[in-house]
Design a protein around this ligand. Structure first.
Ligand code: ATP
Ligand code: MG
Length: 384
Protein backbone atom coordinates (compact mmCIF):
# COMPACT_ATOMS: atom_id res chain seq x y z
CA UNK A 1 0.00 0.00 0.00
CA UNK A 2 1.69 3.19 -1.12
CA UNK A 3 1.71 6.39 0.81
CA UNK A 4 1.85 5.03 4.33
CA UNK A 5 4.04 7.29 6.37
CA UNK A 6 5.70 6.60 9.69
CA UNK A 7 3.62 9.53 10.92
CA UNK A 8 0.63 7.24 11.37
CA UNK A 9 2.53 4.74 13.42
CA UNK A 10 3.52 4.71 17.04
CA UNK A 11 7.18 3.96 17.38
CA UNK A 12 8.48 2.33 20.52
CA UNK A 13 12.13 1.50 21.00
CA UNK A 14 14.75 0.73 23.52
CA UNK A 15 18.45 1.28 23.02
CA UNK A 16 21.33 -1.07 23.52
CA UNK A 17 21.47 -2.59 26.99
CA UNK A 18 23.89 -4.67 28.97
CA UNK A 19 22.08 -7.02 31.33
CA UNK A 20 23.50 -9.90 33.40
CA UNK A 21 23.25 -13.48 32.23
CA UNK A 22 20.94 -16.31 33.10
CA UNK A 23 21.04 -19.74 31.53
CA UNK A 24 18.13 -21.02 29.52
CA UNK A 25 17.62 -24.34 27.84
CA UNK A 26 15.30 -23.63 24.99
CA UNK A 27 13.02 -26.37 23.85
CA UNK A 28 13.07 -27.24 20.19
CA UNK A 29 9.82 -27.61 18.37
CA UNK A 30 9.88 -29.05 14.87
CA UNK A 31 13.56 -29.80 15.03
CA UNK A 32 15.24 -31.46 12.09
CA UNK A 33 12.37 -31.44 9.67
CA UNK A 34 12.48 -31.41 5.89
CA UNK A 35 12.45 -28.32 3.64
CA UNK A 36 14.52 -26.41 6.17
CA UNK A 37 11.73 -24.00 7.05
CA UNK A 38 12.05 -24.89 10.72
CA UNK A 39 15.81 -25.18 10.69
CA UNK A 40 17.96 -23.79 13.46
CA UNK A 41 20.43 -21.01 12.74
CA UNK A 42 23.96 -20.64 14.09
CA UNK A 43 24.12 -18.99 17.50
CA UNK A 44 27.21 -16.78 17.36
CA UNK A 45 25.95 -13.35 16.30
CA UNK A 46 23.10 -11.21 17.55
CA UNK A 47 19.82 -12.79 16.54
CA UNK A 48 16.71 -11.03 15.45
CA UNK A 49 13.11 -12.17 15.73
CA UNK A 50 10.62 -10.12 13.74
CA UNK A 51 6.87 -10.51 14.25
CA UNK A 52 4.85 -8.82 11.55
CA UNK A 53 1.34 -8.55 12.95
CA UNK A 54 -1.74 -7.11 11.31
CA UNK A 55 -1.19 -3.65 12.72
CA UNK A 56 2.24 -3.90 14.25
CA UNK A 57 5.85 -4.93 13.75
CA UNK A 58 7.71 -6.17 16.81
CA UNK A 59 11.40 -6.89 17.00
CA UNK A 60 13.55 -8.57 19.62
CA UNK A 61 17.32 -8.73 19.31
CA UNK A 62 19.16 -11.22 21.51
CA UNK A 63 22.78 -12.05 21.91
CA UNK A 64 24.35 -15.12 23.37
CA UNK A 65 27.24 -15.35 25.75
CA UNK A 66 28.30 -18.90 26.57
CA UNK A 67 24.98 -20.08 25.18
CA UNK A 68 22.97 -17.72 27.36
CA UNK A 69 20.31 -15.41 25.84
CA UNK A 70 20.62 -11.76 26.64
CA UNK A 71 18.29 -8.98 25.54
CA UNK A 72 20.17 -6.51 23.38
CA UNK A 73 17.36 -4.46 21.93
CA UNK A 74 13.69 -4.40 21.14
CA UNK A 75 11.38 -2.17 19.16
CA UNK A 76 7.82 -2.01 17.97
CA UNK A 77 5.82 -0.05 15.51
CA UNK A 78 2.08 -0.10 16.03
CA UNK A 79 -1.00 1.47 14.59
CA UNK A 80 -3.77 0.08 16.76
CA UNK A 81 -3.89 2.93 19.28
CA UNK A 82 -4.96 5.46 16.70
CA UNK A 83 -8.28 6.51 15.30
CA UNK A 84 -9.87 3.87 13.11
CA UNK A 85 -9.85 6.04 10.01
CA UNK A 86 -6.04 6.18 10.17
CA UNK A 87 -5.63 2.43 10.38
CA UNK A 88 -3.49 0.85 7.71
CA UNK A 89 -2.04 -2.55 7.32
CA UNK A 90 1.51 -2.72 6.04
CA UNK A 91 0.77 -3.74 2.49
CA UNK A 92 3.90 -3.69 0.36
CA UNK A 93 5.66 -1.32 2.74
CA UNK A 94 6.44 -3.73 5.55
CA UNK A 95 10.04 -4.21 4.41
CA UNK A 96 10.73 -0.48 4.25
CA UNK A 97 9.07 0.07 7.62
CA UNK A 98 11.15 -2.71 9.07
CA UNK A 99 14.33 -1.26 7.58
CA UNK A 100 13.58 2.10 9.18
CA UNK A 101 12.66 0.56 12.52
CA UNK A 102 15.93 -1.37 12.58
CA UNK A 103 17.93 1.72 11.69
CA UNK A 104 16.25 3.98 14.22
CA UNK A 105 16.45 1.48 17.05
CA UNK A 106 20.13 0.76 16.39
CA UNK A 107 19.65 -2.96 15.92
CA UNK A 108 22.85 -4.64 14.76
CA UNK A 109 21.79 -8.13 13.71
CA UNK A 110 21.49 -8.76 10.01
CA UNK A 111 19.92 -12.21 10.04
CA UNK A 112 16.33 -12.78 10.99
CA UNK A 113 13.76 -15.42 11.84
CA UNK A 114 10.16 -14.67 10.95
CA UNK A 115 6.82 -16.33 11.56
CA UNK A 116 3.49 -16.75 9.84
CA UNK A 117 0.11 -16.68 11.56
CA UNK A 118 -2.02 -19.78 11.69
CA UNK A 119 -4.89 -18.09 9.84
CA UNK A 120 -2.78 -17.90 6.72
CA UNK A 121 -1.44 -21.45 7.02
CA UNK A 122 -2.80 -24.92 7.35
CA UNK A 123 -2.28 -27.34 10.22
CA UNK A 124 -3.77 -30.75 10.89
CA UNK A 125 -3.08 -34.06 12.61
CA UNK A 126 -2.86 -37.04 10.21
CA UNK A 127 -3.23 -40.65 11.24
CA UNK A 128 -0.95 -42.94 9.20
CA UNK A 129 -0.20 -46.66 9.32
CA UNK A 130 2.74 -47.40 11.62
CA UNK A 131 6.00 -46.64 9.76
CA UNK A 132 9.51 -45.34 10.42
CA UNK A 133 10.36 -41.63 10.31
CA UNK A 134 12.20 -42.17 7.03
CA UNK A 135 9.11 -43.81 5.56
CA UNK A 136 6.95 -40.89 6.74
CA UNK A 137 9.36 -38.52 4.98
CA UNK A 138 8.83 -40.25 1.66
CA UNK A 139 5.08 -40.80 2.16
CA UNK A 140 4.30 -37.28 3.29
CA UNK A 141 3.80 -35.59 -0.10
CA UNK A 142 1.33 -38.24 -1.17
CA UNK A 143 -0.52 -38.30 2.17
CA UNK A 144 -0.58 -34.52 2.48
CA UNK A 145 -2.67 -34.30 -0.69
CA UNK A 146 -5.56 -35.88 1.20
CA UNK A 147 -5.49 -33.21 3.91
CA UNK A 148 -4.30 -29.95 2.37
CA UNK A 149 -7.20 -28.19 0.63
CA UNK A 150 -5.02 -26.38 -1.95
CA UNK A 151 -2.63 -27.68 -4.66
CA UNK A 152 0.50 -29.00 -2.96
CA UNK A 153 2.70 -27.07 -5.42
CA UNK A 154 1.39 -23.84 -3.86
CA UNK A 155 2.52 -24.68 -0.33
CA UNK A 156 5.63 -25.73 1.56
CA UNK A 157 4.80 -28.77 3.64
CA UNK A 158 6.46 -29.69 6.90
CA UNK A 159 5.65 -32.35 9.45
CA UNK A 160 6.47 -33.72 12.86
CA UNK A 161 5.71 -37.03 14.58
CA UNK A 162 3.47 -36.57 17.60
CA UNK A 163 2.02 -39.32 19.69
CA UNK A 164 3.05 -41.36 22.67
CA UNK A 165 5.22 -38.65 24.32
CA UNK A 166 2.46 -36.12 23.82
CA UNK A 167 0.14 -38.54 25.64
CA UNK A 168 -1.83 -38.89 22.47
CA UNK A 169 -2.21 -42.57 21.78
CA UNK A 170 -2.99 -43.41 18.17
CA UNK A 171 -5.14 -46.39 17.19
CA UNK A 172 -3.19 -49.69 17.35
CA UNK A 173 -0.96 -49.98 14.28
CA UNK A 174 -1.19 -46.22 13.56
CA UNK A 175 0.99 -43.18 14.14
CA UNK A 176 0.07 -39.51 14.40
CA UNK A 177 1.78 -36.85 12.32
CA UNK A 178 1.35 -33.09 12.66
CA UNK A 179 1.24 -31.57 9.20
CA UNK A 180 1.91 -27.91 8.47
CA UNK A 181 1.51 -26.25 5.08
CA UNK A 182 2.56 -22.65 4.50
CA UNK A 183 1.61 -20.95 1.21
CA UNK A 184 4.62 -20.37 -1.04
CA UNK A 185 3.31 -16.88 -1.82
CA UNK A 186 3.51 -16.02 1.83
CA UNK A 187 7.05 -17.34 2.12
CA UNK A 188 7.99 -15.29 -0.94
CA UNK A 189 6.35 -12.25 0.63
CA UNK A 190 8.34 -12.64 3.85
CA UNK A 191 11.52 -13.24 1.91
CA UNK A 192 10.90 -9.96 0.06
CA UNK A 193 10.17 -8.13 3.33
CA UNK A 194 13.47 -9.35 4.79
CA UNK A 195 15.33 -8.39 1.62
CA UNK A 196 13.76 -4.91 1.54
CA UNK A 197 14.75 -4.49 5.17
CA UNK A 198 18.34 -5.47 4.37
CA UNK A 199 18.13 -8.72 6.34
CA UNK A 200 18.91 -12.32 5.55
CA UNK A 201 15.92 -14.54 6.29
CA UNK A 202 17.08 -17.66 8.13
CA UNK A 203 13.81 -19.46 8.81
CA UNK A 204 10.05 -19.14 8.82
CA UNK A 205 7.86 -20.96 11.31
CA UNK A 206 4.34 -20.83 12.72
CA UNK A 207 3.75 -18.04 15.25
CA UNK A 208 2.53 -20.53 17.82
CA UNK A 209 5.78 -22.48 17.63
CA UNK A 210 7.73 -19.29 18.36
CA UNK A 211 5.41 -18.42 21.24
CA UNK A 212 5.70 -21.93 22.71
CA UNK A 213 9.49 -21.68 22.62
CA UNK A 214 9.41 -18.39 24.53
CA UNK A 215 6.63 -19.17 27.01
CA UNK A 216 6.78 -22.91 27.61
CA UNK A 217 10.40 -23.83 26.94
CA UNK A 218 10.99 -27.42 28.02
CA UNK A 219 8.04 -27.63 30.42
CA UNK A 220 6.22 -30.88 29.51
CA UNK A 221 2.90 -29.90 31.17
CA UNK A 222 0.03 -29.64 28.67
CA UNK A 223 -0.67 -25.95 28.21
CA UNK A 224 -3.14 -23.90 26.22
CA UNK A 225 -1.66 -20.80 24.58
CA UNK A 226 -4.07 -18.00 23.76
CA UNK A 227 -2.92 -15.06 21.63
CA UNK A 228 -5.41 -12.20 21.30
CA UNK A 229 -4.19 -9.77 18.68
CA UNK A 230 -5.56 -7.19 16.27
CA UNK A 231 -6.94 -9.54 13.68
CA UNK A 232 -7.80 -12.76 15.46
CA UNK A 233 -7.33 -14.92 18.51
CA UNK A 234 -5.20 -18.04 18.18
CA UNK A 235 -5.83 -20.91 20.57
CA UNK A 236 -3.22 -23.68 20.62
CA UNK A 237 -2.44 -26.75 22.67
CA UNK A 238 1.17 -27.66 23.36
CA UNK A 239 1.89 -30.93 25.14
CA UNK A 240 5.32 -32.34 25.99
CA UNK A 241 6.85 -29.80 23.61
CA UNK A 242 4.63 -30.80 20.71
CA UNK A 243 2.25 -28.38 19.11
CA UNK A 244 -0.94 -30.41 18.97
CA UNK A 245 -3.60 -28.08 17.68
CA UNK A 246 -3.90 -24.44 16.70
CA UNK A 247 -7.14 -22.66 15.83
CA UNK A 248 -7.69 -19.14 14.64
CA UNK A 249 -10.91 -17.54 15.93
CA UNK A 250 -12.11 -14.38 14.25
CA UNK A 251 -12.57 -12.42 17.45
CA UNK A 252 -9.88 -9.86 18.08
CA UNK A 253 -8.85 -6.93 20.20
CA UNK A 254 -10.12 -4.69 17.42
CA UNK A 255 -13.54 -6.36 17.64
CA UNK A 256 -13.74 -5.46 21.32
CA UNK A 257 -13.00 -1.81 20.50
CA UNK A 258 -15.50 -1.82 17.65
CA UNK A 259 -18.22 -3.33 19.85
CA UNK A 260 -17.55 -0.80 22.63
CA UNK A 261 -17.63 2.11 20.19
CA UNK A 262 -20.95 0.96 18.74
CA UNK A 263 -22.51 -0.19 22.01
CA UNK A 264 -21.62 2.93 24.01
CA UNK A 265 -21.98 5.27 21.04
CA UNK A 266 -18.49 6.70 21.47
CA UNK A 267 -15.59 7.22 19.08
CA UNK A 268 -12.89 4.64 18.41
CA UNK A 269 -10.23 6.33 20.47
CA UNK A 270 -12.41 6.50 23.57
CA UNK A 271 -13.50 2.89 23.09
CA UNK A 272 -9.84 1.86 22.88
CA UNK A 273 -9.16 3.73 26.14
CA UNK A 274 -12.08 2.07 27.91
CA UNK A 275 -10.93 -1.34 26.73
CA UNK A 276 -7.42 -0.75 28.08
CA UNK A 277 -8.29 1.11 31.27
CA UNK A 278 -11.53 -0.50 32.38
CA UNK A 279 -12.04 -3.67 30.39
CA UNK A 280 -13.77 -6.20 32.60
CA UNK A 281 -12.19 -5.00 35.81
CA UNK A 282 -14.57 -2.33 36.92
CA UNK A 283 -18.07 -2.89 35.81
CA UNK A 284 -19.85 0.39 35.27
CA UNK A 285 -23.10 1.02 37.04
CA UNK A 286 -25.38 -0.93 34.77
CA UNK A 287 -22.76 -3.47 33.71
CA UNK A 288 -22.86 -2.10 30.18
CA UNK A 289 -19.16 -2.53 29.40
CA UNK A 290 -19.01 -6.14 30.53
CA UNK A 291 -22.32 -6.73 28.79
CA UNK A 292 -20.70 -5.70 25.50
CA UNK A 293 -17.38 -7.47 25.94
CA UNK A 294 -18.35 -10.83 27.44
CA UNK A 295 -20.48 -12.14 24.55
CA UNK A 296 -17.47 -11.64 22.27
CA UNK A 297 -15.23 -13.46 24.70
CA UNK A 298 -17.63 -16.40 24.67
CA UNK A 299 -16.62 -17.03 21.07
CA UNK A 300 -13.11 -17.66 22.41
CA UNK A 301 -14.09 -19.49 25.57
CA UNK A 302 -16.26 -22.09 23.85
CA UNK A 303 -13.60 -23.40 21.42
CA UNK A 304 -11.03 -23.34 24.22
CA UNK A 305 -13.33 -25.48 26.35
CA UNK A 306 -13.81 -27.82 23.37
CA UNK A 307 -10.04 -28.24 22.99
CA UNK A 308 -9.74 -29.02 26.70
CA UNK A 309 -12.62 -31.52 26.63
CA UNK A 310 -11.39 -33.17 23.45
CA UNK A 311 -7.89 -33.51 24.86
CA UNK A 312 -9.24 -35.07 28.05
CA UNK A 313 -11.35 -37.59 26.19
CA UNK A 314 -8.32 -38.64 24.08
CA UNK A 315 -5.53 -38.54 26.65
CA UNK A 316 -7.29 -38.57 30.05
CA UNK A 317 -4.93 -35.70 30.90
CA UNK A 318 -6.46 -32.55 32.36
CA UNK A 319 -5.04 -29.30 31.01
CA UNK A 320 -4.19 -27.20 34.02
CA UNK A 321 -2.52 -24.17 32.54
CA UNK A 322 -3.56 -21.49 30.09
CA UNK A 323 -1.08 -18.79 29.08
CA UNK A 324 -2.31 -15.60 27.49
CA UNK A 325 -0.29 -13.22 25.33
CA UNK A 326 -0.81 -10.75 22.49
CA UNK A 327 -1.80 -7.10 22.99
CA UNK A 328 -5.45 -7.59 23.93
CA UNK A 329 -4.67 -10.24 26.56
CA UNK A 330 -3.63 -7.33 28.78
CA UNK A 331 -7.21 -6.08 29.05
CA UNK A 332 -8.02 -5.59 32.73
CA UNK A 333 -10.02 -8.50 34.11
CA UNK A 334 -9.43 -10.70 31.05
CA UNK A 335 -7.30 -13.32 32.82
CA UNK A 336 -9.69 -13.53 35.78
CA UNK A 337 -12.69 -13.84 33.50
CA UNK A 338 -11.12 -16.67 31.50
CA UNK A 339 -10.03 -18.39 34.69
CA UNK A 340 -13.51 -18.20 36.20
CA UNK A 341 -15.26 -19.44 33.07
CA UNK A 342 -12.82 -22.22 32.17
CA UNK A 343 -11.91 -23.23 35.75
CA UNK A 344 -8.25 -23.21 34.86
CA UNK A 345 -5.12 -21.43 36.04
CA UNK A 346 -4.65 -18.48 33.64
CA UNK A 347 -1.18 -16.92 33.53
CA UNK A 348 -0.09 -13.86 31.58
CA UNK A 349 2.80 -15.03 29.40
CA UNK A 350 6.16 -13.36 29.90
CA UNK A 351 8.53 -14.27 27.05
CA UNK A 352 11.44 -12.59 28.87
CA UNK A 353 11.25 -14.90 31.87
CA UNK A 354 14.28 -16.82 30.71
CA UNK A 355 16.08 -13.97 29.02
CA UNK A 356 18.50 -11.75 30.94
CA UNK A 357 17.73 -8.03 30.95
CA UNK A 358 18.60 -5.10 33.22
CA UNK A 359 16.56 -4.61 36.40
CA UNK A 360 15.54 -1.12 35.31
CA UNK A 361 13.58 -2.61 32.41
CA UNK A 362 11.36 -4.68 34.70
CA UNK A 363 8.39 -2.25 34.80
CA UNK A 364 8.29 -1.95 31.02
CA UNK A 365 8.72 -5.69 30.49
CA UNK A 366 5.87 -6.30 32.94
CA UNK A 367 3.70 -3.83 31.09
CA UNK A 368 4.33 -4.77 27.48
CA UNK A 369 6.55 -7.87 27.45
CA UNK A 370 3.65 -10.14 26.41
CA UNK A 371 3.36 -8.24 23.12
CA UNK A 372 6.87 -9.43 22.18
CA UNK A 373 6.18 -13.14 22.74
CA UNK A 374 6.43 -14.21 19.11
CA UNK A 375 9.43 -11.98 18.35
CA UNK A 376 11.29 -13.26 21.44
CA UNK A 377 10.55 -16.88 20.50
CA UNK A 378 11.91 -16.26 17.01
CA UNK A 379 15.11 -14.69 18.32
CA UNK A 380 15.54 -17.56 20.81
CA UNK A 381 15.34 -20.04 17.96
CA UNK A 382 18.55 -18.72 16.51
CA UNK A 383 20.33 -19.20 19.84
CA UNK A 384 19.50 -22.87 20.21
N1 ATP B 1 -3.40 -2.90 27.68
C1 ATP B 1 -4.26 -3.35 26.74
N2 ATP B 1 -5.52 -3.70 27.08
C2 ATP B 1 -6.40 -4.13 26.14
N3 ATP B 1 -6.10 -4.28 24.82
C3 ATP B 1 -4.85 -3.94 24.44
C4 ATP B 1 -3.86 -3.49 25.36
N4 ATP B 1 -2.71 -3.25 24.67
C5 ATP B 1 -2.97 -3.55 23.37
N5 ATP B 1 -4.25 -3.95 23.23
C6 ATP B 1 -4.93 -4.38 22.02
O1 ATP B 1 -4.21 -5.45 21.46
C7 ATP B 1 -4.44 -5.49 20.04
C8 ATP B 1 -3.11 -5.63 19.31
O2 ATP B 1 -2.49 -6.81 19.75
P1 ATP B 1 -1.15 -7.33 19.04
O3 ATP B 1 -0.13 -6.27 19.09
O4 ATP B 1 -0.83 -8.63 19.67
O5 ATP B 1 -1.71 -7.51 17.56
P2 ATP B 1 -0.97 -7.86 16.20
O6 ATP B 1 0.15 -8.81 16.51
O7 ATP B 1 -0.65 -6.60 15.47
O8 ATP B 1 -2.14 -8.56 15.41
P3 ATP B 1 -2.36 -10.06 14.95
O9 ATP B 1 -1.45 -10.94 15.78
O10 ATP B 1 -3.82 -10.34 15.20
O11 ATP B 1 -2.00 -10.05 13.49
C9 ATP B 1 -5.16 -4.18 19.69
O12 ATP B 1 -6.52 -4.46 19.52
C10 ATP B 1 -4.93 -3.32 20.94
O13 ATP B 1 -5.99 -2.39 21.15
MG1 MG C 1 0.35 -10.93 16.64
Amino acid sequence: MLGISMFYWRLFMYGIIKPKLCFVKVFTLFMGLPFNIFDIGAGKKNCLGVDIGTLSIKIVELSSEDGRPKLENYASLTNYGLASENKKTFGGEAGLMLRRLIKESGIKANEVNMSVPIFSSFLTVMELPKMSEAEVASAIQFEAKKYVPVPLESVVVDWSLIGEEAGLPAQPGKILVLLVAIPRDLINEYTAIARDAGLKLLTIELETVSAARALIGNDPIPTILLDMGSRDTTISLVDSGHLRISHSIETSGEDLTRALAAGLNINWRRAEEIKKETGLKVINENGQIAGIITPLLDSIINPTQNIMDDNFSKTKKKIEKLMIYGGASKMPGFADYLSGRLKINVMPGNPFNRIAYPEKLKPIINAIGHEFTVAAGLALKALQ
